[in-house]
Design a protein around this ligand. Structure first.
Ligand SMILES: [Zn+2]
Length: 353
């Protein structure tokens, strides 16, 4: 992964703060990066590590040359003084073995052991502990022992999206750095930079639904979700609205993900998000703000609503608030098919009033 500043978007206040800390030799030995998933926390951590390891640029500034051996090793992910761990995708808890070694190598492997070693190349070792909020108490307590013995030879960067899940004892030993969500412009630019989209319009479209997270944007690029979205939008824009066709399509999409209820809820929440986005754009269109360039069905939907502009705005407002209500219900674990059927009936009723 490249860690040049060019590839970091939206976190310039944090980069400046780190730069100031370096110039005053006041970088703490432990940092805790907190903020939503998929906004670039790890990218900043890797960039900081690269700047500290760089053999060419001064140690008191946040910069790197990208050409020295250390920079090349960072780009290749092979720097011997960087220890980087994260929770495997199939696990909910960061394995204890990554912190203190497995049963056969307890205390002779893992982050705590690695951080007790002398630096191999430069003057320090750096650990990046992603998903630190997924440590159990045993892992956290093991890590705490290392954090309690600060050394000029090491830097620990903990990364967490759920700050509340970090033990207060850990938090108190780290300097907390809060990351903001990315703007829609930043997400769109990253999608284009990383060649994840086919056009600028698609980038803007995806970014709008991403909640400022590149992770969410990546999920949205999934073909199945894209076709579900197209389908939902078509059904919503129909006049008259057909509740049965809508609920059947949504329930089918939920069934298609299999028996896992968490995955079913996630799909249901995507549907609600797509609907809310459609109505939101319709609201803007009705109020004569500019509709988004790719919102093909929006204009015909708005034009087909009965009444004057004010009536239309009121209707769309009611549709939108019914969506928010459904989102709450889904988060409260209601029975999905019932919830969707009642939503469908209400959407028709609101539109025929
Ligand atoms: Zn360098």
């Amino acid at each position: 992964m490249s860690t040049t500043t060019d590839s970091i978007r939206g976190h310039h206040p944090i980069l400046e703060m780190l730069d100031r800390a370096l110039s005053r030799s006041r970088l703490p030995h432990a940092l805790l990066f907190s903020g939503a998933a998929g906004i670039g926390k790890k990218r900043v951590a890797l960039h900081l590590a690269q700047c500290l390891f760089c053999l060419q640029t001064p140690a008191d500034e946040l910069s790197c040359c990208r050409t020295c051996d250390s920079c090349k090793q960072m780009a290749a992910g092979t720097h011997p003084d960087l220890i980087s761990i994260e929770c495997p995708p199939d696990k909910n808890i960061l394995p204890l073995s990554l912190i203190i070694g497995d049963d056969d190598h307890r205390g002779r492997e893992g982050v705590c052991y690695e951080m007790s070693l002398r630096p191999m190349v430069g003057d320090r070792r750096i650990a990046i502990i992603d998903d630190a909020d997924k440590m159990n108490a045993e892992s956290a307590n093991a890590l705490l022992k290392t954090l309690e013995e600060p050394s000029a030879n090491y830097l620990m960067i903990l990364i967490a999206s759920e700050l509340d899940a970090i033990l207060p004892t850990i938090r108190s030993r780290c300097q907390l750095i809060r990351f903001n969500r990315l703007t829609q412009e930043d997400v769109a630019a990253l999608l284009i930079d990383q060649q994840l989209v086919e056009s600028e319009d698609q980038a803007i479209e995806i970014a709008r639904l991403s909640a400022g997270s590149l992770n969410i944007a990546r999920q949205l690029l999934d073909e199945n979700l894209q076709s579900l979205r197209g389908n939902i939008t078509r059904l919503l824009s129909r006049h008259p609205f057909q509740p049965q066709a809508f609920s059947e399509s949504v329930i089918q999409a939920i069934d298609d993900v299999g028996g896992n209820t968490a995955a079913q809820r996630k799909t249901a929440l995507w549907v609600i998000k797509f609907c809310a986005d459609f109505y939101h754009q319709s609201l803007q269109c009705a109020a004569a703000y500019q509709a988004a360039p790719t919102a093909g069905n929006v204009e015909s939907f708005v034009a087909g609503l009965p009444g004057e502009t004010e009536d239309r705005i009121e209707t769309i407002g009611n549709l939108l608030s019914r969506m928010l209500q459904t989102e709450e219900q889904i988060n409260q674990n209601v029975t999905l098919p019932l919830c969707i059927e009642s939503l469908s009936q209400d959407l028709r009723e609101i539109q025929t009033k």
